[in-house]
Structures are given as structure tokens and as C-alpha cells.
Write a protein that binds this ligand. Structure first.
Ligand SMILES: C[S@@+](CC[C@H](N)C(=O)[O-])C[C@H]1O[C@@H](n2cnc3c(N)ncnc32)[C@H](O)[C@@H]1O
Length: 202
């Protein structure tokens, strides 16, 4: 299998090397909650990491299913939920292999895609589509990576650049409805940025 493994991510958590971790919920999610764009529903959070967004969604009354295949991420998310007195379903599973018992109303996709080798993007996109009910929406934060080598395809590891045109081709108009650009850029703790977009499954 191409790209990072469970051991890769687990070793980052074990070493406390988690530069992507904001230590709190993404302010874009907080905004979507505050302005009523995202209201309580059944929602999936793939690649949840330490689970700050999982906690925020659970506190806001969502029925949350969080997924991560690194045992340390699952443990952190459960610990953060317990510390906040909040509840969610936290599943230790590979997003490329897992299927829900019933479709979700929404997905919060924050930098799980960029953690997967692009060889797996088409398979992951198919799963995201299958996880959502028709008319369900994906609240996405697409990682923008500007670094030497990225443009020539020489970058070996994550985060993999989620070029917005590549995202529109991956999550294409036959299955998804995109808002018109421009798209908001959200600062990322690694000195990078995410592009925010809410896209609806047809
Ligand atoms: C860059 S971190 C982002 C974590 C969190 N979304 C955040 O923004 O703080 C990527 C996360 O995805 C998880 N991950 C990567 N590949 C995965 C896979 N195939 N299945 C499940 N989780 C995966 C990693 O274990 C890690 O926790």
C-alpha cells in the first residue's frame, strides 16, 4: 500500500510530534456552527486526530462518529471527550475499509485526505460519497501545501497538496455540487493554509 502507515501516524503521536494539532477546534468549524450553516445531525469525522472538532460537535448536540486508525488518536479523542463531559462514537478503523451501518447527514473532512497518498484518493472519495445520504453535505478543509518539490511530484510524505482544481475533479460534478469560488483560506498551525468548502452530495 502506498504512503503513510498506521505505524507512521502512531509514531508521531507517541513522540508528541503533531504539528497539525491546533489544540482546539478549527475556527472555521466554530463559525459554521455559530452561523447555523451546520446544525445538529448525524456526522462523521474521518482522521479525527486528537478530536478537538469531535468534542466541539458533540458539545453542540451532534450525533458524532469519529474515525482514526492510529490507536493513540482514538485514545486522545476519547480522553478529550471524557474531559469535556461529551459523548461520541470513536472507531479505530481505516477510512479506506470502513463503512457505516447507515448513511450520514454530514461529514467533517479536515485534513484526512491530505494524510492519504494520492493513490488512494479515488477510493477515499468513493467512500465519502457512499457514507453520505443524497443531499448530505461535506464540510471540507483542503490542505494547501506550498513547498519545494511539491509541484514536480517529488514530495514523499504527507501532507499531500490538495489543489482545489484537483479536488473539483476528484469530487466531481456527477456526484457533488460545489459552491462558486472564491473559497475561504483558513490558517493552519504548520504555517500553511486550508481551503474551506461545503459541498453537497447529489
Ligand atoms: C494530519 S492528521 C489530522 C488530524 C485532525 N483531522 C486534525 O486536523 O487535527 C491525520 C490523521 O488521519 C489519520 N489517518 C491517516 N490515514 C488514515 C486512514 N487510512 N484511516 C484512518 N485514519 C487515518 C492519522 O492517524 C491522523 O490522526
Amino acid at each position: 500500500m502506498s504512503g503513510p502507515t498506521i505505524e507512521f501516524w502512531q509514531s508521531h503521536f507517541d513522540a508528541g510530534r503533531t504539528p497539525w494539532d491546533r489544540g482546539e477546534a478549527n475556527r472555521r468549524l466554530v463559525g459554521w456552527l455559530a452561523d447555523g450553516e451546520l446544525v445538529p445531525c448525524r456526522i462523521a469525522v474521518p482522521g479525527c486526530g486528537s478530536g478537538h472538532e469531535v468534542v466541539r460537535l458533540a458539545q453542540a448536540g451532534f450525533d458524532v462518529t469519529a474515525l482514526d486508525y492510529a490507536p493513540a488518536a482514538v485514545a486522545r479523542t476519547r480522553a478529550n471527550l471524557a474531559a469535556a463531559g461529551a459523548a461520541a462514537t470513536v472507531v479505530e478503523a481505516d477510512v479506506l475499509a470502513w463503512s457505516p451501518a447507515a448513511p450520514f447527514d454530514a461529514i467533517y473532512e479536515q485534513t484526512c485526505l491530505c494524510a492519504l497518498h494520492p493513490d488512494h484518493w479515488v477510493a477515499y472519495a468513493r467512500r465519502l460519497c457512499a457514507w453520505l445520504r443524497p443531499g448530505g453535505r461535506m464540510f471540507a478543509l483542503f490542505m494547501q501545501v506550498a513547498r519545494p518539490g511539491a509541484a514536480s511530484g517529488l514530495v514523499e510524505g504527507p501532507p499531500y497538496h490538495c489543489d482545489i482544481n484537483a479536488m473539483r475533479a476528484l469530487l466531481d460534478a456527477s456526484a457533488w455540487t460545489w459552491p462558486k469560488p472564491p473559497y475561504e483560506r483558513v490558517p493552519h498551525p504548520m504555517g500553511l493554509a486550508e481551503i474551506a468548502a461545503v459541498i453537497a452530495r447529489r
